[in-house]
Design a protein around this ligand. Structure first.
Ligand SMILES: Nc1ncnc2c1ncn2[C@@H]1O[C@H](COP(=O)(O)OP(=O)(O)OP(=O)(O)O)[C@@H](O)[C@H]1O
Ligand SMILES: [Mg+2]
Length: 316
């Protein structure tokens, strides 16, 4: 089984309005679409689309927490959240007719120490039952910055695999525990290293540097150019075919979901990369965030190219 960890879930509300946003006036919402939000929940949906058993875990609280669970039930996604007394946040995205998108993200109510302890206890069992665990996104207030590092150490102690996809301090702290895989995009990689990355060689050097923490696979995602994997097995660049992207939100989450599926199926890293590039491209051609059609994956996969880069293998 694969488990996705999302500590900061939300009820995502997309409001469609006529015309444009007019500050200081009343706008009538034409349509409201509610979805269970949080990067890890996109990952869970993708794993489910790919046909692997998945459980979504993290914190959920109050009526909104129950609502997130019922939305996941509707999608047929199994969940195992630790309850919090504080209400799960809502995030609002106003999609106006003039094609602008205006987001309001609630900060998320704090989680208390007892709830963190309860989560970490549940997590021991969850980690025991899982083959692969993904950890995505930000953390709510009250939770220590190094909680991902703590979780990663536990997962590794149990001999399980873990993919970490986050940013800023959580990523900086998390990598120190040596997750199996990380998937920074260029900006996240630059933020970890505190320097600009201008070319491919510098990207590879940066990835090799990170492997010193015990990370086996550093996947650098490059948007429409695909992704690069730096590993002991070699350095590979996977590219999608030319296609018409309509919504690239959630492409990173789709890639993480696909890599988790590939790990569960013990694919070679080259095969895993091709699969992840195809799945994330299938998300890009679909208007719905974090949704793929398997027909698109089947069509794209044979057209993905994976090239071994002839640079010296990392000496780790
Ligand atoms: N326009 C596109 N066409 C085809 N594939 C794409 C496109 N954009 C992204 N992808 C695929 O999705 C992967 C992840 O995308 P990206 O590098 O944008 O991640 P990200 O910045 O982490 O995204 P997210 O906003 O979901 O966190 C890429 O490595 C690529 O394989
Ligand atoms: Mg991302």
């Amino acid at each position: 089984m694969i488990t996705t960890i999302t500590l900061n879930v939300s009820v995502d509300k997309a409001y469609r309005i006529a015309g444009s946003i007019q500050p200081g006036t009343v706008s009538r919402v034409l349509e409201c679409i509610n979805t269970a939000g949080g990067k890890g929940l996109n990952v869970a949906r993708i794993i489910d689309f790919c046909g692997e058993k998945v459980t979504a875990a993290g914190f959920a609280g109050g009526f909104n927490g129950r609502y997130v669970e019922s939305l996941l039930d509707q999608d047929g996604i199994h969940h195992d959240f630790t309850r919090t007394r504080s209400e799960t946040r809502s995030c609002i995205n106003i999609l106006a007719e003039d094609e602008t998108s205006t987001e309001f993200l609630e900060p998320g109510a704090p989680v208390d120490e007892g709830e963190i302890r309860a989560f970490l206890e549940n997590f021991q069992r969850i980690a025991e039952e899982s083959d692969v665990i993904t950890i995505s996104g930000s953390i709510p207030k009250g939770v220590p910055d190094d909680i991902y590092a703590l979780m990663i150490r536990e997962i590794k102690k149990k001999g399980k695999k873990v993919i970490l996809d986050t940013s800023g301090t959580y990523l900086k702290e998390g990598i120190k525990a040596g997750p199996t895989m990380i998937k920074p995009n260029k900006e996240e990689l630059e933020a970890i290293l505190g320097m600009e990355i201008t070319d491919r060689n510098r990207t590879i050097e940066a990835a090799v540097e990170l492997m010193k923490y015990g990370i086996e696979y550093v996947v650098v995602s490059l948007g429409g150019d695909g992704a690069m994997v730096v590993s002991r097995e070699g350095i590979f660049h996977g590219r999608p075919p030319r296609l018409k992207a309509v919504n690239t939100v959630g492409c990173g989450d789709s890639m993480v979901g696909a890599f988790a599926v590939a790990m569960r199926r013990s694919l070679l890293i080259q095969e895993a990369l091709a699969y992840a590039v195809a799945v994330s491209a299938a998300n890009a051609v679909n208007p719905e965030t974090g949704h793929i059609r398997m027909e698109d994956v089947d069509e794209i996969l044979p057209k993905v190219t994976v090239r071994r880069l002839n640079v010296q293998k990392p000496e780790i």
